[in-house]
Design a protein around this ligand. Structure first.
Ligand code: ATP
Ligand code: MG
Length: 774
């Protein structure tokens, strides 16, 4: 009965409660942001445990991040009382659960249980050896590129035998498949695996050993998956193997899997006109309904519950298949599909803005969201303009301080950036202000590998005695200086009590070394000698650029075809740009030393800085979204791709960003940004144009939060600075209410007076409030 329901169920709405209490059979919760999907999963685990349906060890729960797994464990503990949980469910990311499985059955994958997991660097080094062993030119066939190809195959669950002939032929004169095979064999001899193997090995083990799989079928009575929209094909296969109970049948191979995938998605989408009922049983597809049924006893129960939101699928670039969620009812016939429509997280303005934005995507499942929150105090979504990223950081810093004065915790505030290079300006600014911050989901700006490398070059130039820095970059980019040579430099330096740089110069002139390392050392010391001289004569930013170029460091990343390389180049440019703020290389390095020394502020009250990608699933009282400009967000790479899908994934990312905010949301764009090493006047993001007027307020400079004033005087962004902006820059998306920001602000008095433009009217006409057009 409702009245004597346990406490943990009482706060739930009827649909949530249904999702929690429908413990048997397949359940899909498909719902928008902030509707309580994660809360449903957590409560469901608590419910299963509290009602004695299963022991903790019989529950398998997959989260998207380790952090989410920790939080879920905590919350389960709170819900049912720590003492009541004996042991814990198998709760973690696909990878962490994969490790656990593989350690148990390593021998079935030809490994020992103490296998090592290689990181990306190890993998690339290993592949390079293999390429060279094949007698191939590793410059023409870069190991990094092949590592990416392998990763792509593994995301699809494909071993060397599974990949299509043509897919592998493009690499290494048609030897791609052989190389992949050689790589797997090499891993085996090393008793090692890579990240992709953590999924692929278990898949293979399950397929080849039905008895093992059967054990897990018996073990895992309940399976739960969060963020289902971002599972890739391998994760999907893994899950399907564990969730299928094909009693009396051989385990169906998943090879035919990919055919008909889109069919499920497409037919769903056509149903878009009339949204399916909120709660109900999905149509059962007879043709492919085999899975999950046992012929003898009717349907075998598959107690799987997946929750997700197709609008938050943001990992397509890493192989995620949003169709997995759209075809759930085909995979698990008889699935109960539950929609949650009430958003508990955000104000009506935030929700309205987000829903309106995402409605610009096509091919959506379509859903309605509403909120009961209707506090007239709730402010609209604020859009602000700044001159450049420094001013943006300064203004956001001041807004944060203003919130602090109103007794808001820093823990409740987050800055979500599109690209990691954007973090630098905020970190610098917050250090100056003494504002605690933490960077989540990645190293802080100055701790990034490429930044540390670049700084090491600069440090040696500024201080020839900085041995630590010298050692870091003496063989970067690779110049064939092995450990033996470096040891020799060390020994010489110690014996003569001189810096390593000097010792290297000495060795370069002696005949103690073989010709190759000697030539390399000669080049290194000549380089540093030249740069040290230039330090007196050349402006330091210019010198910094020269150093990165002449050392071959920039080229190293330009030739690198890994997914991270473009981001690293962006970071390097941002580093050089930020040096402009300092008088000399030395004062810049001093600043960096201070920033590096700042604590990471764990446990303390601190503002969070992270990328939009790592913000998925999180929520904050106050959210800042800087950098909403064309080319940054949507990102240039997505625009260059052409087509709809890249842009739509960017829009989903924007939707994720907007929906992280509970109460206050501030979006920023700047008029000038350094892009590809050049100052450019920017065009406000098209996503701004897609926000509805009724929920958005364009903040007037000098008149916002807690007395933040435009340091350049109200509405004078254009005056006295640069002057060239706006000249000839046309917004290709038609006239916009943001057009004149930063160009004409003197005349129009900040951002007013722009509401009657055609672009704006179009947006008005399309407005459907918080309901999208499906
Ligand atoms: P996302 O799509 O962003 O991952 P979600 O659907 O997983 O969001 P949750 O994080 O589970 O949403 O919930 C959003 C917020 O709403 C949380 O603070 C949660 O505690 C709260 N919430 C969820 N359901 C209820 C409810 N029935 N009553 C009160 N608060 C709720
Ligand atoms: Mg969630």
């Amino acid at each position: 009965g409702h009245n004597n329901a346990p406490d943990y169920l009482k706060g739930l709405n009827p649909e949530q409660r249904l999702a929690v209490e429908t413990t048997e059979g397949p359940v899909l919760v498909l719902a928008g942001a902030g509707t309580g999907k994660t809360r449903v999963l957590t409560t469901r685990i608590a419910h299963i445990l509290a009602t004695g349906k299963a022991f903790p060890s019989q529950i398998l729960a997959v989260t998207f991040t380790n952090k989410a797994a920790r939080e879920m464990k905590q919350r389960i503990g709170i819900l049912i009382g720590e003492g009541n949980v004996e042991g814990m469910p198998w709760l973690g990311t696909f990878h962490s659960i994969g490790v656990k499985l593989l350690r148990r059955h390593a021998e079935l994958a030809g490994l020992r249980s103490d296998f090592t997991i290689l990181d990306t660097d190890d993998v690339v080094r290993l592949i390079k050896q293999l390429i060279q062993a094949e007698g191939l030119d590793d410059k023409r066939w870069p190991a990094k590129q092949f590592a990416q190809m392998i990763d792509g195959w593994k995301n699809k669950g494909q071993g060397p035998a599974d990949i299509a002939e043509g897919d592998a032929r493009s690499f290494a004169n048609g030897k791609g498949r052989e190389l992949y095979k050689a790589y797997q064999e090499r891993l085996q001899t090393l008793n090692a695996c890579d990240f992709g193997d953590l999924l692929c090995h278990p898949i293979r083990i399950f397929r080849a050993n039905p008895d093992v799989l059967k054990d897990y079928h018996r073990r895992f009575k309940y399976i739960l998956v969060d963020e289902y929209q971002d599972t890739n094909t391998a994760q999907y296969m893994w899950l399907r193997l564990l969730a299928q109970r094909p009693e009396g049948k051989p385990i169906s191979p998943l090879e035919g899997e990919m055919s008909g995938r889109t069919e499920g998605g497409a037919s769903r989408r056509q149903a878009g006109g009339a949204p399916p009922p909120s709660v109900g049983s999905a149509d059962i597809s007879p043709s492919r309904g085999e899975i999950g049924r046992s012929s003898a006893e009717g349907r075998a129960t598959v107690n799987i519950c997946c929750v997700g939101d197709d609008d938050q699928s943001i990992y397509g670039w890493r192989g995620a298949e949003v169709d997995n969620i759209l075809r759930f009812d085909k995979d698990f016939p008889g699935a109960t599909i539950i929609r949650l429509e009430r958003n508990y997280r955000s104000t009506a303005h935030i929700l309205g803005a987000a829903s309106h934005l995402i409605a610009h995507n096509e091919g959506r499942f379509g859903k309605t969201l509403f909120t009961d929150r209707n506090d007239p105090e709730d402010g609209k979504v604020n859009v602000h303009a700044a001159w450049d990223s420094e001013e943006e950081a300064r203004a956001i810093g001041e807004t944060i301080e203003a919130y602090q004065r109103q007794k808001h915790n820093l823990n409740d505030m987050a800055i979500l950036v599109r690209a990691s290079f954007q973090m630098r300006a905020f970190e610098d600014r917050f250090i100056t202000l003494g504002l605690n911050y933490r960077v989540i989901g990645g190293p802080r700006f100055y701790e990034r590998m490429e930044i540390r490398d670049a700084l090491a070059f600069f440090r040696v130039v500024a201080n020839g005695g900085d041995d630590l820095a010298f050692e870091r970059i003496v063989n970067v980019p690779k110049r064939g200086l092995g450990e033996a040579t470096i040891r020799q430099i060390h020994d010489t330096a110690r014996a003569l009590r001189i810096p390593m740089l000097e010792a290297a110069a000495n060795l370069a002139e002696s005949d103690e070394l073989k010709p190759k390392p000697r030539a390399a050392l000669r080049e290194v010391s000549a380089n540093f000698e030249r740069w040290q001289k230039a330090l007196e004569t050349t402006p330091h930013t210019e010198l910094a650029e020269t150093i990165l170029e002449e050392s071959g460091y920039t080229d190293m990343w330009k030739n690198d075809r890994s997914a991270e390389a473009p981001g690293r180049l962006e970071n390097l440019k941002e580093l050089v740009r930020s040096m402009e703020e300092y008088e000399s290389l030395r004062s810049f390095l001093e600043h960096v030393a201070l920033v590096m020394d700042a604590e990471q502020n764990a446990g303390l009250d601190a503002v969070s800085i992270m990328t939009l990608h790592s913000a998925k699933g999180l929520e904050f009282e106050t959210v800042f979204l800087p950098g909403w400009e064309e080319g940054l967000f949507p990102h240039q790479r997505a625009l260059d791709e052409g087509g709809r899908s890249g842009l739509e994934e960017e829009r989903r990312l924007a939707y994720v960003g907007l929906t992280r905010a509970k109460k206050n949301l501030h979006i920023w764009f700047v008029s000038n940004r350094l892009i590809h090493g050049l100052w450019q006047s920017t065009i406000p993001s098209r996503f701004l144009e897609e926000l509805p007027n009724s929920h958005v307020e364009i903040a007037e400079a000098g008149n916002s939060y807690g007395g933040y004033g435009n340091p350049y005087g109200g509405g004078s962004f254009a005056a006295g600075r640069g002057g060239g902006q706006g000249a000839g820059r046309q917004n290709p998306y038609g006239a916009s209410r943001f057009d004149n920001v930063g160009a004409d602000t003197e005349k129009s008095g900040a951002f007013s007076n722009t509401y009657s433009t055609p672009g704006w009217q179009r947006a008005q006409a399309n407005r459907t409030e918080a309901t999208d057009r499906n």
